[in-house]
Design a binder for this molecule. Sequence first.
Ligand SMILES: C[S@@+](CC[C@H](N)C(=O)[O-])C[C@H]1O[C@@H](n2cnc3c(N)ncnc32)[C@H](O)[C@@H]1O
Length: 274
Amino acid sequence: METKIETPINFQRFEYLGWQKAAAKYSRFSLLTQQSVGDLIKHLNIQFGDKLLDVATGPGFLASRAQEIGAETVGIDLSEEMIELAKKNYPKIEFRVANAEKTGFYNQTFDKIAVNHGLIHFARPNVVLSELNRVARRRAVIGLTIWDSPDRTVAFSIVSKAISDLSSVQINAPKGIPMSFYSEKKNVRELLDSNGWILTEFIHLPVVWKLETPESIIDILMEGTVLMASKLKKQPRSVLSQIRDVVIHKLKPYTTANGKVEVPQGVLLVVGKK
Ligand SMILES: C[S@@+](CC[C@H](N)C(=O)[O-])C[C@H]1O[C@@H](n2cnc3c(N)ncnc32)[C@H](O)[C@@H]1O
C-alpha cells in the first residue's frame, strides 16, 4: 500500500518549526527515544572504523555512542537548534544542518546509516530512503526505529484516545504519514524495496516508558514533541485538564507502588541492506 502526504512542503515546515522549538526542552522526552539506540547500534553491527551517518540525529545521542565504538560518525538534522545542541553536547563529532532528502554527501560515502525515530517525521520517506541509498556504499546497512503498532505503544494510545475523545477544537496541523503505517511489515518492506534496500530484520523492541509521575506524561509530550504537542497545546485549559485526568486514570494499571509509571511504548527496529 502506498501512502502520500498531501502537502509535503507544509508538513516539512511544520516539523521544522516544531523541532526548532522543542530542541531546548527535548531532554525529558529523549529518555524514551534513547532506549532504542543500543539495539540500533547492535543490529547495525557498528564497528571501529565504520563510516556512519546518523540521520535526524537530534541532540546527537546515537552519533556519540557510535563514536565511542570508534565509528567515523557524521550526524545530520533539519533543525539548526538540534544541531547546535548536538555540537554543544559532543564537540568532537561532526554535525551538519541538512535535510535527509538531500544530504549533500558524495555517492557511496557511508557503510552504516542509522535513523532513530526519524522516519515518521519525514515529509517524503521515499525521497529520503532513495537519497540514503545513494550515499550508502555497496553492501551498506541501514537501521531505522519507529513506534510500534497502537496495541504495543500503550502510552501514546492512551494520550491519543483521550485527545480524540475530549478535544473541543479543530486540529488542522498538516498531516504526515499516520504513525502506525510503518508498523506494518509490508509497508516497511515496500518502502525499502522501492528505494534500493532489502529488508533483513523487523524486530519488536519491548520498550517501557518510565515516568516519575503519571502527571508528567502530558508535560513531557507538550515540551518535547511536535504533532502530539500541537494537539495538546490547542486545547482550552479546561479540556487540557480533563485530558490530563483521563490519562492519569488510564495509567493507573501501570503505576508502581512508589507512584512511578512503567508503561509499554514499543519500538520497531527495521534493518535493511543495500
Ligand atoms: C523525534 S526526533 C529524533 C531525534 C533523535 N534521533 C532521537 O532519537 O532522539 C526527530 C528529529 O527528526 C528531525 N527531522 C525531521 N525532518 C527531517 C528531515 N527532513 N531531515 C533531517 N532531519 C529531520 C527533527 O529535526 C528532529 O530532530
